[in-house]
Ligand binder design. Sequence first.
Ligand SMILES: *Cc1c(COP(=O)(O)O)cnc(C)c1O
Length: 428
Amino acid sequence: MPSNQELFERAARSIPGGVNSPVRAFGSVGGTPRFIARAQGPYIHDAEGTRYIDYIGSWGPAILGHAHPEVIRAVQEAAVNGLSFGAPTEAEIDIAEALIRRIPSIEQVRLVSSGTEATMSAIRLARGFTGRSKIVKFEGCYHGHADSLLVKAGSGLLTFGNPTSAGVPPEFVAHTLVLEYNNLDAVAQAFEQHGNEIACIIVEPFAGNMNLVKAAPGFLEGLRELCTRHGAVLVFDEVMTGLRVGPQGVQGLTGVTPDLTTLAKIIGGGMPVGAFGGRADIMARIAPVGDVYQAGTLSGNPVAVAAGLTTLRLLEAPGFYEQLAIQTRKLTDGLQARAQAAGVPFCADAVGGMFGLYFRDSIPTRYAEVSQCDTQAFNRFFHGMLDHGVHFAPSAFEAGFVSATHDDGVIQHTLDAAEDVFETVRAG
Ligand SMILES: *Cc1c(COP(=O)(O)O)cnc(C)c1O
């Protein structure tokens, strides 16, 4: 049996950094990533045969737990009928209708194959619809790796952004205004200066890519009002939060209605599916009916759609989200109590089946506060938990995920491990 270390070294010879997405490489925590051989329910098993309780859940999709038998069966049945046709199928109508029925702001929806594609397409659509070029995003929010979104704030409050990646020409982000999350005054100022040039605001309505940071009361409402007043499109990127924080995403929790919504992760049930949808008059601008081009060879792939549809159906079980939220709170409350007992500065937050762990004294509300978390303490916690068979995300700046299979026994095992590990975190 090859060890994780052997696999990592072998992988690094054929794959840059040994991984196909950077965070998997354990770059910020150090050590060797676990190469996963299989997963079932709340557990992942690595190549060495070690079992871990998994709080990554494939970065969100595994809300039912890994390898749910009904999802696997749906995939198997779909596969037998052919893997891809490049022609429309009835199941695509079913999943479009299922999304429209669940999320009231979505009147029409187009399927893609990833979250990146969904946000990239939504922004092109917003620009086409408004005839404007500039977009607003927020520091710490992640919307996939499209050029115009790989951007950090410029030096002044309302200066346009700088690329965060080599290979992105400054001209490509020159239309992207990066503002502070939860700072409505900054957005109001941006609209004062650039109101008739701004095509859209794109926002994670609750941010999950700078750890978990919830919108402050009034923030999303304010964005809605400014967009309406200035004729800009409000895009909620619910790739992570949609069907994760509740059946209708953050828009269902807050009652704030975006013009466009992007989805992915859970709606594919572990297969590559993304989607963008919203107001029918905006969606009517998409090709072939409209003049905004968007396409995909594998969009609406029948095997992926089968996994997504089955997942959406299983999420409708009565009390599903209530129970998920209860289990997630047991985890975060339990961790908080054990950290406090050990004297470690720590707090935690949760919404639905999503949580944040912060090695600082209070729950952060913006990127600058998230950056103040003690990453050394987090890294000790991460590796300590891993040694106890519990796999959290390998970064202090990622949200965590609980599935329907994280029962009391699984949570208790986690908390018992944390009781030991917080002692070593404090000892330093
Ligand atoms: C994961 C994520 C994306 C990117 O999705 P991919 O499928 O990885 O391309 C975009 N937006 C948000 C909010 C995400 O969490």
